[in-house]
Write a protein that binds this ligand. Structure first.
Ligand code: SF4
Length: 367
């Protein structure tokens, strides 16, 4: 684009000089000298002013943008028994809670005060009409409050997905957890729903069929000893989804459970860089599980940033005390307020916008 403007401006300048030269033949010499003296100066001045303003506009257009998101847990009741998760049904230490709609509204009010617009609606694997109705009402409420619901549900039926889409939801997330099929089977052998690798992939396809245009996927790094295999699985999956015409956000959560290997800061750096290079057109989501110092370093590479979260239903309001006493799915490491995150991003020249596209606009060519 810049080259085009440069060439066109150059052509206009040449044309003007040509007009001046020709005018030498038809106008008196004294007038021509005056034009030569002042005219050329103004033409060149115009040219440089034009180029200067163009560069300023171009710089503005290239400012990196991100969105913030947070989580809204509806329940921690779960029929599944994933060994890496504190919500697993065999964890007898966890107090089981499911919010009613009034409690959901209280949580939404707090999120609204935080100023975070994108809200992941999440919580357990609860089968039943009552839960479906709570999810639907929550989605409608969030939209009516000017927020954007991102749904993270393990086992939604095609019918529920269509109803959620009709209610105005456009974002659906489901982590495959691991792209190693054998490991997936082993980890989930005691599960009732989340126990089939291919069926889990199909849930995402079902969401695409229902019309969800923004699809989030992820591997829980640390479950598998092979980080490379997880990256390759994620990249393949993202490419298949991109071929279907949807926007994709790749989340890169790391497992935070003492039974599993911790992913080092350097490894997470490499994972995000690899995903960014392999998939420049996708968004990358960064969770608040990672420590502040590491996240600050990664902000320039990602597009969707988790903040202001709690990892248990009612953790901001009705069950705040329980949450603070340890009743949670996992521990968040970066506990900075969204305003602090926004400030840190600003210092790095990154602008926070409400609903940044999951088709990574930062990587779009400036045409
Ligand atoms: S990971 Fe999901 S499905 Fe598994 S136990 Fe936790 S909440 Fe339930």
């Amino acid at each position: 684009m810049f080259q085009k403007v440069f060439i066109i401006s150059g052509l206009i300048l040449t044309l003007l000089l040509l007009v001046i030269s020709i005018s030498n033949l038809i106008i008196p010499a004294s007038v021509f000298d005056m034009i030569l003296e002042y005219g050329i100066f103004f033409i060149w001045a115009w040219y440089f002013v034009f180029i200067f303003f163009f560069l300023v506009i171009k710089r503005k257009k290239k400012t990196k943008q991100v969105s913030l998101y947070t989580c809204l847990y509806l329940t921690n009741v779960c029929s599944e028994d994933c060994p890496y998760c504190y919500f697993r049904r065999t964890n007898k230490d966890l107090k089981r809670r499911t919010l009613n709609f009034e409690q959901v509204k209280q949580e939404v009010a707090v999120i609204k005060e935080l100023g975070v617009n994108n809200v992941i609606v999440i919580g357990g694997t609860l089968v039943g009409v009552e839960y479906e109705s709570l999810v639907l009402r929550t989605v409608s409420w969030l939209i009516s409050e000017g927020m954007v619901p991102w749904l993270e549900l393990d086992n939604p039926s095609a019918k529920l997905l269509k109803r959620l889409k009709a209610a105005g939801a456009d974002h659906f997330i489901l982590f495959q957890e691991t792209y190693n099929q054998e490991l997936f089977a082993k980890l989930h052998e005691n599960n009732l729903v989340k126990n089939n690798f291919l069926q889990r992939l199909e849930v995402i396809d079902r969401a695409v069929q229902a019309g969800f245009i923004n699809i989030g996927i992820g591997a829980l790094f640390g479950l598998s000893p092979s980080v490379d295999q997880e990256i390759s699985g994620l990249v393949d999956h993202a490419q298949r989804l991109l071929a279907k015409g949807v926007n994709v956000c790749v989340f890169v959560p790391t497992v935070k459970h003492p039974a599993y290997d911790l992913i080092s800061a350097q490894q997470l750096d490499q994972i995000i860089t690899a995903v960014r290079v392999a998939l420049p057109q996708v968004s990358i989501g960064l969770s608040g599980r990672e420590p502040a110092e590491l996240r600050d370093r990664l902000f320039l590479l990602v597009d969707q940033i988790g903040t202001g979260g709690v990892t248990n239903p009612g953790g901001r309001t009705v069950y705040k005390d329980e949450y603070e006493a340890g009743n949670k799915q996992f521990v968040l490491a970066d506990l900075r307020e969204p305003t602090e995150i926004t400030e840190s991003l600003k210092k790095q020249g990154v602008k926070v916008v409400n609903n940044f596209s999951w088709r990574n606009e930062n990587e779009k060519e400036d045409t």
